[in-house]
Write a protein of this length. Structure first.
Length: 410
């Protein structure tokens, strides 16, 4: 009788030092992985990597560098996991991780040399295989937002946001996705670059329409949850916003409060006009959120100019904040600044239990990220809401908030 062959995941190691490569290969093999060494110059072996695999990349490779390897993987649509290894400075390692994420790769972590195998095991064990999560690679360069809108190729996924104190669901953020038959969901970010004002506004109107449908579905199920949508800064101008406000009222009429997350991609074209328009929106019951705090145009100056009720700490500072250092400092500062302005704080992009617990201790109000739930299709969202149990997070409930100025690690 023939037995089915079960293929184990393959780990590809791109490392130019033979001793390090051998040690890592032996460690992965001891855990049941099939291991392939990959020459740092000829990357052809990586063409065989599949979505269930892992690619370990050293950043310093002699004639080649780790970013070239990341670009090679991205160009071939690799959907598996990537782990970065380096003995270089922390800012370089963090930058490389951001580059990998911007390429659309699933970078599960970074590891410093000399390699600590206990730390390696923690990273590998806590990161789900890429096949188990939604792949959100950047949209191809030839996909424009105008084309996607015209072809009906823009869809939305929905990501829950938790109350950090009670672990109850606080709200839902709508996230735009591009899709073509058989291609799956793709991030809309690449298509936003160079998009016209008209197309950006059309996307915002489409988001508002989907928000109305979501609001009515929530209300029908007896759920009063906040609904958040992203809008470009230049929509918050008087001559644009009056018509958009009429659409938003249909959402609020359905029951849920509405939050507009102001995009960091573009500056306000007229700050005085934007301030007046934003204040009017708030007086009509619309909440404003400063998205991706600390990046590009989402800065303290913008926080001073507009009556934001919410501040969202960007994922690049959230991820790894529990390890201390610069990311932890940014999160603490963002919370303190937000508090001083009377704004609630959302930490987005949470992927690790330790960051979840740490941010809760720091005193954020709301938590969002893959650790809680990935962005979900419409029906899958309601399945998730039905299955959600706050008590599943009870192990975090004993952590008290940190008092600023007091070192929690002392």
């Amino acid at each position: 009788m023939n037995r089915p062959v079960i293929l184990k995941e393959v780990t590809y190691i791109v490392e130019d030092h033979s001793l390090v490569r051998s040690l890592m290969a032996a460690w992965f093999a001891s855990r049941g992985h099939r291991v392939r060494g990959c020459d740092a110059i000829d990357l052809g072996e990586l063409d065989n990597a599949r979505s269930g695999d892992l690619v370990v990349v050293d950043l310093y490779l002699g004639e080649r560098d780790g970013v070239e390897v990341l670009r090679y993987l991205a160009d071939r649509g690799y959907a598996g996991r990537v782990l970065l290894v380096s003995g270089g400075p922390d800012p370089v390692i963090e930058a490389a991780r951001d580059v990998g994420a911007e390429f659309g790769l699933n970078v599960i972590g970074t590891l410093r040399k000399p390699v600590n195998f206990d730390s390696l095991g923690e990273i590998v064990d806590r990161a789900p295989r890429a096949a188990a999560i939604v792949s959100l690679a950047p949209a191809p360069d030839d996909v424009s937002l105008a084309e996607a809108l015209a072809n009906g190729a823009v869809d939305f996924h929905y990501q829950p946001i938790l109350n950090a104190r009670t672990f109850e669901v606080h709200g839902i953020e709508l996230l735009a996705r591009l899709g073509r038959p058989g291609s799956g969901a793709m991030s809309v970010v690449a298509a936003l670059c160079g998009a016209s004002e008209r197309d950006l506004h059309a996307l915002a109107y489409l988001a508002a329409a989907r928000a109305e449908a979501l609001a009515r579905a929530l209300t029908d199920r007896g759920l009063l949850l906040a609904v958040s949508i992203n809008v470009p800064s230049n929509l918050v101008q008087r001559h644009h916003f009056s018509d958009f406000l009429k659409v938003l009222r249909r959402v609020t009429d359905a029951g849920p409060p509405v939050t507009l997350e102001i995009s960091e991609l573009d500056p306000f074209t007229d700050v005085v006009d934007a301030r007046g328009t934003a204040t009017s929106a708030v007086l009509h019951g619309i909440r404003l959120s400063l998205d991706d705090f600390g990046t590009l145009n989402s800065n303290i100056d913008r926080l001073m100019q507009i009556p934001f009720a919410e501040l969202k700490v960007d994922r690049r500072f959230v991820d790894g904040c529990s390890q201390g250092g610069f990311r932890d400092l940014v999160c603490r500062s963002a919370i303190e600044i937000g508090r001083a302005r009377g704004a609630t704080i959302v930490a987005e992009g949470i992927e690790r239990a330790e960051d979840f617990a740490h941010l809760r201790r720091l005193g954020v109000d709301y938590l969002q990220g893959y650790f809680i739930a990935q962005p979900l299709a419409f029906e899958a969202l309601f399945d998730w809401l039905s299955a959600h149990r706050p008590e599943n997070y009870s192990r975090f409930a004993t952590s008290d908030a940190v008092t600023f100025g007091e070192d929690e690690r002392s």
